[in-house]
Design a protein around this ligand. Structure first.
Ligand code: ATP
Length: 211
């Protein structure tokens, strides 16, 4: 069965860096869809700058007309911080027999051993680590390195053979764009156009966000 991709993030706001890796994963891994999940409150970061509803509306505007990308607001309905392990349990309940691929940037994967119940995540999903082409993977945690070495698979087709537990390194288009940079541009009165879809830029302007 074709796997489902899952890309979580604050999406404060969503930008072309997120969208491009979602599309690269969809195409290169032969996924049936990539579900993009805005988190209510990341356990490791400051509170988002705009409301959950605004972040979801920007995401929906960004992916309109792209059938392989789906906005999934499930984390916004839960109180408190959004832990990936809890979210993956709800996704696993919805898709009991489908391989799930949790897509994480290299920066996020390096800190993976600090995530809640991180070892249990391997029982729920595969991990797809998005790598900047040519960049090396550096570990700060020996336990994570060991899991990586045991679980790493070389071929994307292996992800469809099991429903969880493998790690795959995906070389994807890593655009040098961050939501932090976009918020700073807008706060300084500059345009963020072309870093994010026009529909998202229009939404930011119409609602006076990030000023
Ligand atoms: P901020 O600047 O506020 O920290 P961000 O732009 O890094 O935000 P997040 O919502 O925190 O965006 O990112 C969600 C996921 O997307 C993470 O796994 C992150 O590694 C990945 N990601 C973020 N920016 C890029 C990018 N330019 N290219 C590829 N992946 C990215």
């Amino acid at each position: 069965m074709k796997p489902i991709g899952i890309l979580g993030g604050t999406f404060d706001p969503v930008h072309c860096g997120h969208l491009r890796i979602a599309l690269d994963a969809l195409q290169q891994l032969g996924l049936q869809e990539v579900r993009l999940l805005p988190c209510r409150q990341s356990p490791l970061r400051d509170a988002p700058r705009v409301t959950a509803g605004q972040r979801l509306a920007m995401l929906e505007a960004a992916i309109a007309g792209e059938p392989g990308l789906v906005a999934d607001g499930r984390e916004l309905q839960r109180e408190g911080p959004s832990f990936s392990v809890d979210t993956l349990r709800t996704l696993r309940a919805d898709y009991p027999d489908t391989p799930l691929c949790l897509i994480v940037g290299m920066d996020a994967f390096i800190g993976f051993a600090q995530w809640k119940d991180w070892r249990q995540i391997f029982a729920l999903a595969h991990i797809v680590v998005v790598q900047r082409p040519g960049s090396a993977l550096q570990f700060h945690d020996a336990g994570l390195q060991q899991e990586f070495e045991q679980r790493r698979c070389q071929q994307a087709t292996e992800l469809a053979g099991d429903y969880a537990g493998k790690i795959f390194l995906l070389e994807a288009t890593y655009l040098d764009i961050s939501a932090t940079q976009i918020r700073a541009l807008v706060a300084a009165g500059n345009s963020a156009r072309y870093l994010l879809p026009d529909a998202v830029w229009q939404y930011i302007q119409q609602h006076g966000l990030y000023q």
